[in-house]
Design a protein. Structure first.
Length: 333
């Protein structure tokens, strides 16, 4: 079944034999083909693991994409697709990351409106790389450490809210995994005046919180005032809202190794919340009645941030349906 938005006023689907070239507002092509190819490789990994039902679901994901497009070429937006919603599917992960990024932008924009002198800082918090069988316990340590860090007196005194997202990367050379947190922290204006925490202090606080004295790195960066608002805030959101794992990182040249990586990540992340708002940002998210991105429906993954209008925003022409199907390694409509 293909989920989609309400588009009853649009014309019947047209067929032109065109190969899909869906461009963003900045002119860059959206990576539909790459995500589809990656999803097929993830599906094959599940098949090698004996997960045939899951493999079939991921393999079929995004095999049909339906767009509403301007007849004059001004606009094209997704209005229908058969997304599988699997956590490790590249197609669905890319849409989920878009949804999370939009939520980060909206919540932080609202927070900055309420407290104009507040500032934003990036934190990247890590633990040592681990073998696949220890990924679950390392993630538990990472999450527990973050909660203890948040309760540290110096941090609690300046941090008003946060968004944190988990990312796991695989090192092909060593065959181990690197779980880490990207955190966007909403701090009071006092932080850069008389309550500043320098990098070495962040390292010390993180060592204690995660209970690991071997920690040597914490990446901490200020989001400069000129970056707050518009595209600059979008850039900050994109930095922290990367989805936990990418197909590009999981997929290896050897399908058997890909299956092993998928198996470890699937088991290590099972039942875990990969993205979370806290403090004031959690309150704002509830007030704005935002959906839980990790359990978003296919319809919610389709309509990320799109205007529901059936007319072109540039020339006001009626939008037309155009369906593209996966055929012989490309999307053809």
């Amino acid at each position: 079944m293909v989920a989609g938005t309400t588009v009853s006023r649009l014309a019947r689907p047209k067929s032109t034999g065109e190969v899909l070239g869906d461009r963003r507002k900045n002119g860059k092509l959206r990576s539909w083909k790459r995500y589809k190819v990656e999803s097929l490789q993830i599906a094959e990994a599940y098949r090698l693991l004996g997960e045939d039902a899951r493999a079939n679901c991921v393999a079929d994901c995004g095999s049909r994409l339906e767009f509403a497009e301007c007849p004059n070429g001004h606009q094209r937006k997704l209005i229908g697709a058969n997304f599988c919603r699997s956590r490790l599917c590249s197609m669905c992960a890319s849409r989920r990351a878009l949804l999370i990024g939009l939520q980060v932008r909206r919540t932080f924009h609202d927070a900055l409106t309420r407290i104009p002198d507040a500032r934003l800082i990036f934190l990247t918090l890590t633990v040592p790389n681990v073998r696949g069988e220890h990924l679950g316990s390392a993630t538990t340590d990472l999450y527990g450490g973050f909660q203890r860090l948040w309760r540290t007196a110096a941090v609690k005194g300046i941090a008003l809210g946060y968004f944190r997202g988990l990312e796991v990367t695989y090192n092909r050379t060593r065959g181990d995994f690197h779980p880490h947190l990207h955190v966007l922290v909403f701090v009071s204006g006092e932080y850069f005046r008389d309550r500043y925490i320098n990098r070495q202090q962040w390292i010390e606080y993180w060592r204690r919180a995660v209970k690991n004295p071997s920690i040597t790195q914490v990446d901490v960066r200020a989001v400069k005032p000129k970056m707050i608002g518009g595209d600059r805030l979008a850039g900050a959101a994109a930095e922290v809202s990367k989805y936990a794992v990418t197909g590009k990182n999981m997929i290896q040249s050897d399908p058997a190794e890909t299956a092993l990586v998928v198996a470890h990540i699937h088991a290590g992340l099972r039942g875990r919340r990969l993205a979370q708002f806290g403090g004031l940002l959690s309150k704002i998210k509830k007030e704005l009645k935002m959906t839980d991105a990790e359990s978003a429906s296919s319809r919610e993954l389709i309509s990320v941030g799109d205007d529901p209008s059936c007319r072109c925003l540039t020339c006001n022409a009626h939008l037309e349906r155009h369906v593209f199907c996966w055929l012989n390694g490309d999307y053809v409509g």
